[in-house]
Design a binder for this molecule. Structure first.
Ligand SMILES: Nc1nc2c(c(=O)[nH]1)N[C@H]1C(S)=C(S)[C@@H](COP(=O)(O)OP(=O)(O)OC[C@H]3O[C@@H](n4cnc5c(=O)[nH]c(N)nc54)[C@H](O)[C@@H]3O)O[C@H]1N2
Ligand SMILES: Nc1nc2c(c(=O)[nH]1)N[C@H]1C(S)=C(S)[C@@H](COP(=O)(O)OP(=O)(O)OC[C@H]3O[C@@H](n4cnc5c(=O)[nH]c(N)nc54)[C@H](O)[C@@H]3O)O[C@H]1N2
Ligand SMILES: [Mo]
Length: 766
């Protein structure tokens, strides 16, 4: 019998599967999918993987079907190249020379360095690096934080590499990040704009693409705004509007100008729900001409933000801007959905704010079929959390500035984004530079952080950071910088509880299907031994094994999430889906009456003008309104004379960040290339497949070119995450984009603008 899924694709002639013993589990990498994996065992070994069959999902539920990465987890994680035993560094740091040691020596060394560094530099010299290799309840980095807290505290971080700007910017305007609602509501929209969003590749969940495909089937127009015609645009056969990277807010300004010029704005909504749009609605005590409308018509700078003005900046033709503005303003209800790509740019805060502004101007907030835009978090249920305890050091830095804190932490203060964890607004400095780093299941020590050459130089200096512990499955670029390198264990070798990202309401279980390979150990087990050496074992473990923690935390959650089944049932099914709830558009009540239901902002309204930004020292860096500010290394930077091409990045289907780079099947599916427009390639005498060198003042990469009109002229792109592989001259041969990215933080969030870079490209061998 033919079976169809919800989008109408024929998925199988025969839905009866699973003839051999099958163990259900869920993935725990950080792509947001957390999809169902069925592990088929044969003679006690993994034979192959399959996934939740679309016909097996309960009626009306969207299947949690794994993509190509999920179905290849065993090939990635159980390969011959696994780290096998603990090692200590013997060469210079970063050289990658190690010798085998026992677990006992590894634990002894970690405990003695831990104590030495604490007693020499204080608790604030210890840092746990951002790491998403285990995105599940039991994760080494949170466990290490618990132990450090039991031992007096440590320097923590806030922000993420994912959403630094979009979270802070959304919060500035709405006072919350909960600006999303059930994506099923996009089916009620007349127009969907995917702004720098590519869910066909970057799985945030299993829902987004499913709904978008149904929307397309229903005949809803879908527009993709992206420097690349991304896979989502291709899959949906959507209209593509190419925009130069990091210039989105100029496009948004010009759309706003057209909307006002043609009287298409929802003035009643702006007057009722927003502050800062026009002079009549400004906070008390602020010069009214600081409002957005005054900026739009150039009251101060003499420049009207017309489509012609924006065309020169964004590369989007003025007529396209006019028509886009009109269509969005007239299509009500319409959904402007932002990905995280545009905000991972030099002034990434402003594009988020501009998207929200447009949603407000068109009255698309608080209504069915509309979308409030911004980061659009949405959750109906609480997630379990690991008890990290209180950090008495009480200080945190923006995550992207950890290399600064290694170099000169003691000179950093609130202008660098240093904060008190308890929210105090008193001035703050750091007591120490970072002297010890624990990097557990992450590649941000080198590969995923900006400016690899600079970062490597900082870490090579053993007088700066004195001790680095890395736990991983493979000899990654980060692993090479370890002083003690420990073999972890994969998702097949231990249990965990997994939690979805955005738009799916479920809890997953990651089942153990085999014993750990070689001498690999879960981070908790050796951390417990370090705790023992510190005299903190009882407080650290509370007498529980890692698996017992899972059950304990699940039962804690069950006290409030009463729908959850018995633990054993949950484990066996590896998945629990919460009951569906009716669609409730974000901010519905607030928008209908902000006087009685104020927004959680200072003014109680949506803050187009932010008094918070205006009154802090940060206003030197970022304006109080959403408006285009030419970014460092944007197309208008004078540096473009030397490096005339913009370089942007994206998250590819072939990897989850750097994970799967060592999987040859993935390599064949999507070889690592530099995307380049035919016009730019012709200018440089480059043909498809030629080897090119991509370079700027920070570094150089040699890689093949893909000549394609799926990228706009003047812009190049490399998917992020390739394993950095320098040749003897230091030229990367893998296409690892962070050789070329900058450590320059964004102005307000102090986030990572890793998509904003200027480069030049030449044919290799010229
Ligand atoms: N397959 C896969 N899925 C993943 C991940 C992965 O590594 N692999 N990572 C997961 C994680 S942790 C995260 S944070 C998310 C990341 O999710 P996102 O940050 O949304 O993903 P990106 O691919 O960086 O950007 C999305 C799109 O924005 C475009 N873009 C880049 N710069 C600009 C710009 O200046 N303007 C506009 N308009 N568009 C721009 C890119 O070309 C891309 O098509 O994905 C998650 N899902
Ligand atoms: N230029 C550029 N850089 C970026 C981005 C970008 O868009 N552009 N995106 C940024 C974003 S959004 C993010 S979230 C970060 C992600 O950066 P990271 O969190 O560092 O993610 P990964 O590169 O996937 O590193 C995970 C590591 O964990 C290891 N690992 C996997 N499973 C296990 C396990 O079970 N046990 C142990 N011990 N180790 C395991 C993997 O081998 C891998 O080395 O990268 C950021 N970097
Ligand atoms: Mo991320």
């Amino acid at each position: 019998m033919k079976k169809e899924n919800m989008t109408g694709d024929v998925i199988s002639e025969d839905a009866s599967i699973w003839k051999e013993p099958v163990i259900r589990t869920t993935g725990r990498n950080n792509c947001g999918g957390r999809c169902v994996i069925c592990v088929h065992m044969k003679d006690g070994k993994i034979d192959h993987l399959s996934t939740e069959h679309p016909c097996d999902a309960p009626e009306e539920e969207i299947p949690l079907t794994a993509c190509v990465r999920g179905l290849n987890y065993h090939k990635t994680f159980l390969g011959e190249d696994r780290l096998r035993y603990p090692m200590k560094r013997v060469g210079k740091r970063g050289e990658g020379k190690f010798t085998r040691i026992s677990w006992e020596e590894a634990v002894d060394t970690i405990a003695s360095e831990w104590i030495r560094i604490r007693d020499t530099y204080g608790v604030g010299s210890r840092y746990v690096n951002y790491a998403t290799g285990i995105s599940a309840l039991n994760r080494g980095n949170n466990m290490a934080k618990r132990l450090l807290n039991l031992d007096g505290g440590f320097l923590d971080y806030y922000n993420s590499y994912s959403t630094a700007c979009i979270r802070q910017a959304t919060d500035i305007m709405y006072g919350t990040n909960q600006t999303g609602h059930d994506p099923e509501d996009w089916l009620n929209s007349n127009l969907i704009i995917l702004w720098g969003h590519n869910p066909e590749e970057t799985k945030f969940d299993s829902v987004t693409m499913n709904v978008l495909l149904r929307a397309k089937k229903k005949g809803i127009s879908i527009i993709v705004i992206d420097p690349r015609r991304n896979d989502t645009a291709v899959r949906l056969d959507a209209e593509w509007i190419p925009v130069r990277p990091a210039t989105d807010s100029a496009l948004m300004d010009a759309m706003a100008w057209v909307i006002v010029e043609e009287g298409l704005q929802d003035q009643e909504f702006l007057d009722r729900c927003c502050i800062g749009f026009d002079k009549a609605h400004m906070p008390e005590g602020v010069d009214p001409s600081e409002c957005y409308l005054s900026y739009l018509y150039g009251e101060k700078d003499g420049v009207s933000k017309t489509p012609e003005w924006a065309e020169g900046i964004t590369g989007v033709p003025a007529d396209t801007i006019r028509s886009l503005a009109r269509r969005y303003a007239k299509a009500k209800p319409a959904a402007l959905i932002q990905g995280y790509g545009p905000q991972r740019n030099a002034n990434g805060e402003q594009s988020t704010r501009g998207g929200i502004l447009l949603a407000c101007m068109t009255g698309n907030v608080g209504i069915s079929g509309g979308w409030a835009s911004g980061v659009a978090d949405w959750k109906n249920h609480k997630l379990p959390s690991w008890p990290k305890l209180v950090n008495h050091y009480n200080r945190q830095i923006p995550v992207y500035l950890w290399t600064d804190a290694v170099l000169h932490g003691r000179t950093m203060n609130q202008l660098d984004g240093v904060q008190w964890i308890n929210g105090s607004e008193e001035p703050v400095t750091l007591e120490s530079d970072i002297k010890m780093i624990l990097n557990l299941a992450g590649n941000c020590l080198i590969n995923q952080h900006g400016d690899i050459n600079r970062t490597a130089e900082i870490l090579r200096d053993e007088s700066k950071c004195e001790f680095i512990v890395v736990s991983d499955l493979f000899m990654t670029a980060s692993a090479k910088f370890a002083d003690i390198l420990l073999p972890g264990i994969s998702m097949f070798e231990c249990e965990n509880i997994t939690m979805p990202w955005l738009y799916t309401d479920f809890l997953g279980f990651n089942n153990k299907v085999m014993e750990p390979l070689y001498e690999g150990r879960f981070e908790y087990d050796w951390l417990s031994e370090v705790a023992d050496r510190l005299g903190l074992k009882e407080q650290f473990t509370c007498g529980r094994t890692a698996s017992e923690w899972l059950e304990y935390l699940y039962e804690e959650l069950r006290k409030t999430e009463t729908e959850l089944p018995d633990y054993e049932i949950f484990k066996k099914q590896a998945l629990f889906r919460y009951q569906k709830q009716p669609i409730r558009p974000a901010f519905k009540e607030k928008c209908s009456n902000p006087e009685t239901h104020p927004f959680p902002t200072k003014s109680g309204k949506i803050e187009i003008f932010s008094e918070k930004v205006y009154r802090t020292e940060f206003k030197e860096f970022m304006p109080a309104i959403p408006r285009y500010v030419p970014p460092v290394e944007g197309p208008q930077d004078p540096l473009a004379e030397k490096y005339p091409l913009q370089l942007t990045g994206w998250h590819t289907k072939r990897r989850c960040h750097s994970i799967h780079d060592n999987n040859q099947a993935m390599h064949k599916m999507d070889p690592q290339t530099l995307w380049m427009n035919p016009a730019d390639a012709a200018d440089r005498n480059l043909k498809d497949g030629d080897l090119a060198e991509v370079f700027n003042d920070r570094g150089r990469i040699r890689m093949p070119v893909r000549v394609t009109d799926r990228i706009m002229p003047g812009v190049t792109a490399i998917s992020q995450g390739a394993w950095y592989r320098p040749d003897k001259n230091g030229t990367d041969t893998a296409g690892s984009i962070n050789v070329l990215t900058s450590l320059h933080p964004t102005p307000y969030a102090r986030g990572n603008g890793q998509h904003t870079n200027l480069v030049e490209v030449t044919r290799y061998g010229l």
